[in-house]
Design a protein around this ligand. Structure first.
Ligand code: NDP
Length: 251
């Protein structure tokens, strides 16, 4: 098999848990170098140590990064060695969350800002920081983690759905904006994935979180991570523009 991802520099946001963490493991297995970012640096460093022991020929950088502020994004990237920051091959815009699966009338301005700033602004800032270099070098791939919530709306998900519809819209616009370049832009839209997200969205209420998966087997982070390395591993002329992945028991 062709090892197309070997030695590629892969930048992942939200790599401290769930889909992002699994995605780091999958790329490591493919021989990619990693730039792992999230707010919980201790988690990233533990993951780095684990992966370095398993695969000793890959480079791994960890960065504490809250994607909500443009300044943080710029500073984090600037802090990387020149050879890395000028050679990002794959950007996985994965950081994201729901705070409160509740009726719109209960959503506070702070909830709104948290979701929109993380899920939308963060994705924009990372893309703005990385895409110009990709265009200049005439190679690169941006993979956005959208959601089924970007394709349909559901009860108690108004603002989260709005944020993921924005990711869908941005991905589509970027497809046009990069059309004359070799840069690929992809979106993966998962259905239910059992991660920390499952409890974060109920503000930590584990019982409520588990209730969602009663009687059905959700996806796990690795299921989505395998799709992300699949998307990234296609030959350069193939762009998986949009991929919707559900648990079999979800419609
Ligand atoms: P997790 O809660 O397990 O992971 C979310 C990640 O995002 C964490 O690593 C967290 O790291 C990071 N994150 C949150 N806020 C910020 C921030 N401000 N700056 C930087 N990083 C941040 O959830 P998932 O793995 O499930 O979620 C990953 C993506 O998948 C999200 O975009 C989510 O919307 C999407 N998704 C999830 C689905 C699901 O059912 N789980 C379904 C469809 C899409 P830290 O807290 O350390 O910063």
């Amino acid at each position: 098999a062709q090892r197309r991802l070997e030695k590629k520099n892969v930048f992942i946001t939200g790599a401290s848990s769930g889909i992002g963490e699994s995605t780091a493991r999958e790329f490591a297995q493919e021989g990619s170098n990693l730039i792992l970012t999230a707010r919980r640096l201790d988690r990233l460093d533990a993951l780095k140590n684990e992966l370095k022991q398993k695969y000793n020929d890959i480079d791994i950088h960890t960065l504490k990064l809250d994607v909500r502020k443009k300044k943080n994004v710029e500073e984090a990237i600037a802090s990387l060695p020149v050879s890395v920051k000028n050679n990002i091959d794959v950007l996985v815009n994965n950081a994201g969350l729901v705070v409160g699966m509740e009726p719109l009338i209960n959503i506070t301005e702070e909830d709104y800002d948290t979701m929109m700033d993380t899920n939308v602004k963060g994705l924009m800032f990372l893309t703005q920081a990385v895409l110009p270099g990709m265009i200049q070098r005439e190679k690169g791939h941006i993979i956005n983690v959208g959601s089924v919530a970007g394709k349909q709306s559901y009860r108690n998900g108004s603002i989260y759905c709005a944020s993921k519809h924005a990711v869908d819209a941005i991905t589509r616009a970027l497809l046009y904006e990069t059309m004359e370049t070799p840069i690929r832009v992809s979106q993966i839209c998962p259905g239910m994935v059992n991660t920390e997200f499952s409890t974060v969205r109920f503000r930590g209420d584990k019982e409520k979180a588990d209730g969602v998966y009663e009687g059905l087997q959700p996806l796990d982070g690795q299921d989505i991570a395998e799709m992300i390395t699949f998307i990234a591993g296609r030959p350069p002329h193939v762009n998986v523009a949009d991929m919707l992945v559900f648990p079999t028991a979800q419609a």
